[in-house]
Write a protein of this length. Structure first.
Length: 409
């Protein structure tokens, strides 16, 4: 009989969002007449915008004709898309990232989960708490941790608590870490990072030979001109960071799947003899072996996001979600909740009622209001006592959900 990867047994609960779905489905089965309002998983509700749909259709039609049909695409992604990304997401902001630094993929979840494969198991990995659970769970699956402790922390990971007192920003570590996952605008707290704060991280990384794994999946929600959209806007970051970006929340691609990871040519790490190696060829080797690229019509659809019309259309959709977030935050504050996030970010991070445990509050909201959110404890021990609401919803659901929550109060 074959042996299992026992690291999976260290993961006590199921993955957070399927666990929420399981509880919601059970509740719906038992209460078939109750209309559920979903503000749990950060999944978009608005359809793909017109210019994206047109490009998608064109891509499919090209696949239907022998003269324009395409089989396997380049593993790193079509140059037409990588060039647009480099131009619009970086060069237009004065950041010298080239198309060669960009790897198109089918999601930032996959990329942030897979990235550790190219790094040795001896690395000290810094993890914020609360955090997007993929970073932790992938580290556990890859055998980079010991067992989970009573406090919910895995042995072998270096946790960076992000509580209310530190404005949900991790303190710059005093010890030397080799890899640190950062995410801004943050999932789950909705906190953003200023240029000064990110500069401290880049300085830390340069002084400590550390690599920052920077998840910027929500950068499109930044409206404040002072807030950087990319870690590469910080001088010196190209030799100490890689960045994960996605079309999921930017352009409604959660079901369509397209994202990209930026690995600058300058980024290096060492082997056990201390010799330096560039990271980019390793990620390229990993992707070309285990990934065959994103489909041509999807990449063509993603390219349309950068057209004049596409940029305008997707900005309008983001404005809609941001307005949801503004309404939610204002209304919850009026109800007397302590509320964070919801500005330059699609997530609202609130304190539970009367210091309730966050899963208890989840059950209360589901039973009393039929509203689904995400318990803060699902993002890590420091999320206990907090709750995340997602602004990815239709306006009338948001209003109805808030009304129902106000009645619980
Ligand atoms: C979330 O709700 O945290 C996101 O949907 C997760 C994701 O993008 O994978």
């Amino acid at each position: 009989m074959a042996w299992i990867n026992e690291n999976y047994l260290k993961l006590k609960a199921g993955y957070l969002f399927p666990e929420i779905s399981r509880r919601v489905e059970k509740f719906s089965r038992e209460n078939p007449d109750k209309k559920i309002i979903r503000m749990g998983i950060g999944d978009v509700t608005k359809p793909l915008v017109a210019s994206v749909v047109r490009a998608f259709e064109e891509g499919v039609r090209e696949m239907a004709t022998a003269a324009t049909f395409r089989g396997y695409g380049p593993e790193q992604g079509y140059a037409f898309l990588r060039e647009l990304v480099a131009q619009w997401d970086y060069q237009s902001r004065g950041v010298q990232i080239s198309a060669d630094d960009i790897f198109i993929s089918d999601g930032s979840k996959c990329d942030t989960g897979n990235i550790l494969e190219i790094f040795g198991n001896q690395n000290k990995i810094g993890i914020c708490d609360p955090v997007y659970p993929v970073y932790v769970d992938s580290a556990v699956m890859g055998g980079r941790t010991g067992a989970v402790q009573e406090n919910g922390y895995f042995d072998g990971l270096y946790y960076l608590p992000c509580g209310e007192e530190s404005h949900f920003l991790p303190k710059i570590p005093e010890q030397k870490l080799d890899l640190v996952f950062l995410c801004f605008p943050n999932n789950p707290t909705g906190q953003t990072a200023t240029r000064e704060y990110l500069t401290q991280w880049v300085d830390y990384a340069r002084e400590n030979d550390c690599i920052l794994l920077y998840d910027a999946a929500y950068e499109a929600f930044i409206r404040d001109v002072e807030i950087p959209h990319s870690i590469f806007e910080i001088p010196g970051a190209k030799s100490v960071a890689m960045e994960f970006r996605s079309f999921s929340k930017t352009a409604g691609f959660t079901g369509t799947r397209c994202a990209f990871t930026v690995v600058p040519q300058e980024l290096e790490a060492r082997n056990s003899q201390g010799e330096k190696f560039p990271i980019r060829p390793l990620w390229s080797r990993r992707q070309t072996t285990k990934f065959n690229g994103v489909s041509y019509p999807v990449q063509k659809a993603a390219a349309a996001v950068y057209s004049t019309e596409g940029r305008k259309e997707v900005a309008e959709v983001i404005d809609y979600y941001l307005e949801n977030a503004r309404i939610m935050k204002a209304s919850l504050l009026r109800m007397g909740f302590t509320v964070y996030g919801g500005k330059n970010a699609p997530y609202i991070w609130l304190k539970t009622l009367r210091g309730m445990k966050s899963w208890e509050f989840f059950d209360l909201l589901l039973k009393e209001a039929g509203v689904v959110g995400t318990p803060g404890a699902g993002f890590g021990p420091a999320g206990e006592g907090f709750f995340r609401l997602s602004a990815f919803a239709e306006r009338e659901s948001v209003e109805e959900g808030l009304l129902r929550i106000s009645k619980i109060q």
